[in-house]
Ligand binder design. Structure first.
Ligand code: NI
Length: 184
């Protein structure tokens, strides 16, 4: 393979390693993005590719070890109906009084799922991949996903919304799986 091929492959796409709980990075607060530049756009693209591959419907930068306020999402069901959202510095500006319960999972909490109650609708203000300020009104699954991803920027996982008993059981299982993987 020539050097040119290598450069092209690297710039087109990079899959990023996903951190799993327990990990101190996942419990840390992410910093605001100063400017949506090429570095942030590349991060967004790499995060989307990593998310599609996993597969998942949302991914936050801390999950790939980057403590910056960047999230990506796509609740499209197939490759043909993809609707990627790339957000820098997202902020919730409004939540509905009505709540909704979804069974949530997380690429950083593999193979564990739990019901989480959150506001059914939210408005989110953010910068898109061009640095343009946008606002969306999310409902249904997207409302849940966007709140789940924004939690990651505060160092909060979905298991922080469930009982301590269930959370600790999940964390112990994840820790045991990590130790077994490291020992083998
Ligand atoms: Ni997650």
């Amino acid at each position: 393979m020539s050097n040119d091929d290598m450069v092209m492959k690297v710039s087109v796409m990079a899959l990023l390693p996903i951190l799993t709980a327990p990990d101190p990075v996942l419990k840390s607060k992410a910093k605001r993005v100063e400017a949506v530049d090429d570095r942030i756009r590349t991060l967004m693209s790499d995060m989307l590719e990593t998310m599609y591959k996993a597969p998942g419907i949302g991914l936050a930068a801390p999950q790939v070890g980057v403590l910056e306020r960047v999230v990506v999402m796509d609740i499209g069901k197939t490759e043909e109906t993809r609707q990627p959202l790339r957000m820098a510095n997202p902020e919730i500006t409004w939540v509905s009084d009505q709540d909704n319960t979804y069974e949530e999972g997380c690429l950083s909490v593999p193979e564990h799922y739990s019901n989480v109650v959150r506001p059914a609708e939210v408005k989110v203000r953010y910068l898109d991949e061009t640095g343009t300020a946008k606002e969306i009104h999310a409902e249904g699954l997207l409302a849940t996903v966007v709140q789940h991803e924004l939690d990651h920027l505060e160092g909060i996982l979905f298991i922080d919304h469930i009982s301590a008993l269930k959370r600790n059981m999940i964390l112990r299982k994840l820790l045991k799986a990590k130790k077994e993987a490291a020992g083998s």
